[in-house]
Ligand binder design. Structure first.
Ligand SMILES: CC(C)(COP(=O)(O)OP(=O)(O)OC[C@H]1O[C@@H](n2cnc3c(N)ncnc32)[C@H](O)[C@@H]1OP(=O)(O)O)[C@@H](O)C(=O)NCCC(=O)NCCS
Length: 394
């Protein structure tokens, strides 16, 4: 980064200047900036100083993101903002490079974010790599008839119980994160303390197999802020429970993935997609990322992957991936020794391949991945899995 800027932690005296950045980036009041800072922790904030004054900021934290049944350390990036009077001069690009270098140094294999503008992040190696869907359905389309057993209120709130259920779901899919305490608070209290959701558990006491968290009905709409369904009986219970609000609401809305159980298990196929966003992922450390994730249980094979990464020299070059028993091992052949074998792609194109958002054929059709038909087929087998998603916004 140029000599006149300096990237580092947020300091006590930065509140006014960083709140100003947040005001002109996201329209946040000073009060809401301070509430978010206190919830996520001032230690998550980073500041880019120019001539000693904050000119840009970001928030970062590390959580596990699950791929192929294994947790992978991933750095969440949020709240990227640059002084409106200093935009267009490369500050955000410098800020993001510094964020990624720090993530690499902290042992993160991945970085993940939601983008308000993609070109900024594409320049530093991020690509669209997973989904966030908002669904809507009329309650009588979700379930019909008299309800069976219903979910029961979680009498004493215990985030560990919910986290345990979500971890089981994460291990079966791709992209889900293990929420930090702040992320749990944000997920279940999205509208602040006055907008607290109530949580209901499915399954036998002491051995739940799902939960649903809802806000009270308002404006003939029921907002499901979070849900996790791990069995057919949990699905039936959650469905019947939500349909029970039908005298007071015309629609139920929730966030889910492409294989959402409420969508696919609805009584009638009438769920509408109200919103679709794609989160962006960057492979920060190729070797660590390939080693940490899991692979389909029955898949075995070898694949040489040649990655182009202009930002991190350690990611640039050849990786030989061997997959067996659901795990991958990586060696580093010299580029010259591969004789052009295997697949070739940029670090940005590696991201959707890694998460399962796009397969090799789709990437090759876009001109983003090269390889023989056999090598592309091997890549398709090794990186096969459920389509990646996450419900969390940040
Ligand atoms: C988006 C933002 C952070 C860019 O900061 P910046 O210092 O001007 O960015 P840079 O000069 O490093 O430009 C990097 C890329 O970002 C994009 N970009 C630049 N200014 C932008 C703007 N005002 N709006 C949207 N995208 C912009 C461009 O693609 C640019 O690349 P290019 O110049 O090669 O085309 C800044 O405009 C901002 O704070 N906006 C409001 C908050 C926001 O949208 N944050 C992102 C949340 S995910």
């Amino acid at each position: 980064m140029s000599g006149e800027t300096e990237f580092g932690p947020y300091r006590d005296g930065d509140a006014g200047a960083v709140a100003y950045l947040a005001r002109h980036a996201f329209g946040l009041t000073r009060e809401s900036f301070e509430r978010a800072r206190d919830l996520f922790g001032a230690d998550t904030l980073r500041v880019l100083r120019r001539a000693g004054r904050p000119a840009g900021s970001a928030a970062v934290w590390t959580w596990n993101q699950w791929f192929g049944g294994r947790p992978v350390p991933s750095r969440a990036v949020a709240f990227v903002s640059v002084d409106p009077a200093a935009r267009g001069g490369g500050l955000a690009t410098g800020l993001m490079r510094a964020v990624l270098e720090e993530a690499h140094g902290a042992g993160c294999a991945l970085a993940v974010l939601y983008a308000a503008t993609q070109p900024l992040y594409a320049k530093v190696g991020f690509a669209r790599s997973g989904s966030w869907f908002r669904y809507r359905i009329a309650p009588d389309r979700l379930a019909a008839g008299r309800p069976g057993a219903l979910p029961q209120p979680m009498e004493t709130f215990d985030a560990d119980v919910l986290a345990g259920l979500r971890r089981r779901e994460a291990a079966q899919g791709n992209g889900l994160v293990e929420r930090t305490e702040a992320a749990w608070t944000y997920a279940l209290h999205p509208f602040g303390e006055e907008g607290r959701a109530d949580v209901f558990l499915t399954g036998p006491a002491g051995a739940p197999d799902g939960y649903v968290a809802v806000m009270p009905p308002s404006g003939r709409r029921l907002v499901v802020v979070d849900h996790c369904v791990l069995s057919g009986s949990a699905l039936r219970r959650v469905r019947d429970f939500l349909a029970g609000y039908r005298s007071m609401v015309d629609e139920i809305v929730w966030v889910g993935g492409p294989e959402d159980p409420l969508v696919h298990g609805a009584h009638e196929a009438r769920a509408a997609v109200d919103g679709w966003e794609e989160w962006l992922l960057r492979v920060v450390d190729v070797e660590a990322a390939l080693t940490a994730r899991g692979y389909p249980p029955g898949a075995t094979g070898d694949l040489t992957i040649t990655v182009a990464d202009p930002l991190f020299a350690c990611n640039h070059g050849c990786f030989h991936l061997t997959v067996a028993n659901g795990r991958g091992t990586v060696t580093r052949p010299a580029d010259a020794g591969t004789g052009g074998r295997g697949v070739r792609l940029s670090v940005a194109a590696l991201a959707p391949l890694y998460t399962g958002h796009l397969g090799p054929a789709a990437l090759a059709r876009q001109g983003l991945m090269e390889g023989t038909a056999d090598d592309l087929a091997t890549a398709a087998r090794l990186f096969a899995g459920p389509r990646p998603w996450m419900p969390d916004r940040f």
